[in-house]
Design a protein around this ligand. Structure first.
Ligand SMILES: [Zn+2]
Ligand SMILES: [Zn+2]
Ligand SMILES: [Zn+2]
Length: 114
């Protein structure tokens, strides 16, 4: 699927980019709630393996390899279905609605570690 996205926030510069997930269309850039780690694990003293960033509210949760799976739990709790990797250098995301990987997160909504 192809959709139109604004380049650099300018309405004059619309450009067709490959967008594998329709749920990305409504996504606005969010600031991560914490840079420290999984916010739910930090509260309970848990351990995490990898981190996922909710692209709708900035919730930082842990992946399904982690004992508490807070990223998946966040989806079930509040219905935010698109998370991106919060690992340094990783640009992919995952959509729970589609149960599918999104290989390349558009630059204008990407909020991974640089
Ligand atoms: Zn989707
Ligand atoms: Zn966690
Ligand atoms: Zn969220």
């Amino acid at each position: 699927m192809w959709v139109l996205v604004a380049v650099d926030g300018s309405a004059d510069l619309w450009k067709a980019l490959p967008m594998p997930c329709v749920h990305l269309i409504d996504i606005e850039p969010v600031e991560p709630s914490t840079m420290e780690g999984c916010e739910d694990c930090l509260m309970i003293g848990g351990q995490w393996v990898h981190l996922r960033l909710c692209m709708q509210c900035g919730h930082v949760g842990c992946c399904d390899d982690s004992p508490n799976k807070h990223a998946t739990r966040h989806f079930h709790d509040v219905g935010h279905g698109v998370v991106q990797s919060f690992e340094p250098g990783e640009r992919w995301a995952f959509c729970y609605f589609d149960s599918d990987m999104i290989d390349h997160v558009p630059e204008n909504v990407n909020r991974s570690y640089r």
